[in-house]
Design a protein around this ligand. Structure first.
Ligand code: NAP
Ligand code: G4F
Length: 339
């Protein structure tokens, strides 16, 4: 029975990965942070599973990661823990760097010390492309991060490559483009939209306020993307891979699709900070721009080329854009109906 250690197991990706590895017969260990109230986040439904073990640890505490390696004796480590919200990285740049950058070195050092044969996956991100130097972005595209988050993640990416080259460790990075799900945090734009659309349709909210409507993202489903993480650790040699859908859409298009899934057609008016959308059926304003959600520096366009992952890993996504939006909207509609 293989043993895996997942950092960030309570998050969106950590929960889907834990399910995947349990299905595959792994003994799954996850690290979680101590909180003032007990909160298992996205793995609440897995608590009590026979092959799931939780260990208290923190990415900023090297000793706790050494302990986690000793206790799990992991064959594979998936490093998903991060301060993952880009907007917060301007408010907490140092915490973001400690967790998302130095934390990766802490984990790699713990592996090197306890079990250097353990395979390592690093959750790299399309945010490292930032001010994009090439369209679409692939493994060879130069990086140009645009936020403290992107800069910290770029360190994590390079230190992973460096440990692979310096110590011959099986360490690789997945450069994952945006992936969402019913378990996405409500501060991220997709979930903020699907939650608000469901509430507006139910008469529980009047209007949704957003920032940059023109930003373009390559959106997939988390469940598809965690499969790529696992595949990366099953190869003969470690390497880095872009994981994306190869399609990009504006925030405004996501808004349209979410309301459409609830049979609400929108009409758009104005532009920039004055843009808003009305419900065609009754003329009410249901979406408007609020400049407080604009970022100090924006990533305007992300579009990934997943060819290498498709060819070398045999990875394929199963959930398309329409299904992603529909799943998220319907899950929020169901939840809102019980509020
Ligand atoms: P998420 O839902 O925000 O989950 C982040 C996880 O990290 C949570 O379990 C969180 O624990 C944990 N964490 C945060 N700080 C920690 C610390 N100091 N010590 C230990 N654990 C800590 O993020 P996600 O969407 O699943 O993303 C997973 C990873 O992929 C992240 O590294 C993210 O940066 C990266 N990524 C995500 C995307 C995407 O579109 N989703 C794309 C590319 C890369 P709590 O529950 O205690 O907060
Ligand atoms: O949903 P977002 O906050 O995701 P963002 O910044 O792309 O980051 C996510 O994807 C990265 C991969 O590329 C991950 F590494 C990262 O951890 C995270 O999962 O914002 C998406 C876009 C941005 O351009 C933002 O400016 O939506 C725009 N946006 C417009 N209005 C908004 C809003 N974003 C948020 N969160 N809230 C708004 O009201």
């Amino acid at each position: 029975m293989k043993k895996a250690l997942i950092t960030g197991i309570t998050g969106q990706d950590g929960s889907y990965l834990a399910e995947l590895l349990l299905e595959k017969g792994y003994e799954v260990y996850g690290i979680m942070r101590r909180k003032s109230t007990l909160d298992y986040g996205n793995i609440d439904h897995l608590i009590g599973a026979e092959h799931l073990h939780l260990i208290y640890a923190d990415m900023t505490d090297f000793v706790s990661l050494v302990n986690a390696m000793r206790e799990s004796d992991a064959d594979e480590v998936y490093n998903l823990a991060a301060q993952s919200f880009v907007a917060t990285s301007w408010e907490q740049p140092l915490a973001t760097a400690e967790i998302d950058a130095v934390g990766v070195t802490n984990m790699l050092e713990a592996i090197k010390l306890v079990k250097p044969s353990c395979r390592f996956y690093q959750a790299s991100t399309s945010e490292m492309f930032g001010l994009v130097q090439e369209i679409p972005q692939k493994e060879t595209t130069p990086f140009y991060p645009r936020s403290p988050y992107g800069v910290a993640k770029l360190y994590g990416h390079w230190i992973t490559k460096n440990y692979r080259e310096s110590y011959n460790m099986y360490a690789c990075s997945g450069i994952l483009f945006n992936h969402e799900s019913e378990r996405r945090g409500k501060e991220f734009v997709t979930r903020k939209i699907t939650d608000a659309a469901a509430r507006i349709a139910a008469g529980k909210q009047d209007c949704l306020e957003l920032g940059n409507m023109e930003a373009k993202r390559d959106w997939g489903h988390s469940k598809d993307y965690v499969r790529a993480m696992w595949l990366m650790l099953q190869q003969d040699t470690p390497d880095d891979y872009v994981v994306a859908t190869g399609e990009t859409r504006m925030v405004r298009e996501f808004v349209d699709a979410a309301f459409e899934a609830l049979d609400i057609a929108l009409e758009w008016h104005g532009e920039g900070a004055d843009e808003y959308a009305t419900n065609k059926a009754n003329g009410k304003t249901v979406v408007k721009v609020n400049p407080k959600f604009f970022r100090p520096a924006e990533v305007e366009l992300l579009l990934g080329d997943p060819t290498k992952a498709e060819k070398e890993l045999g990875w394929e996504r199963e959930i398309d854009f329409k299904e992603l939006v529909t799943r998220m909207v319907l899950a929020d509609k169901e939840r809102v109906s019980h509020e």
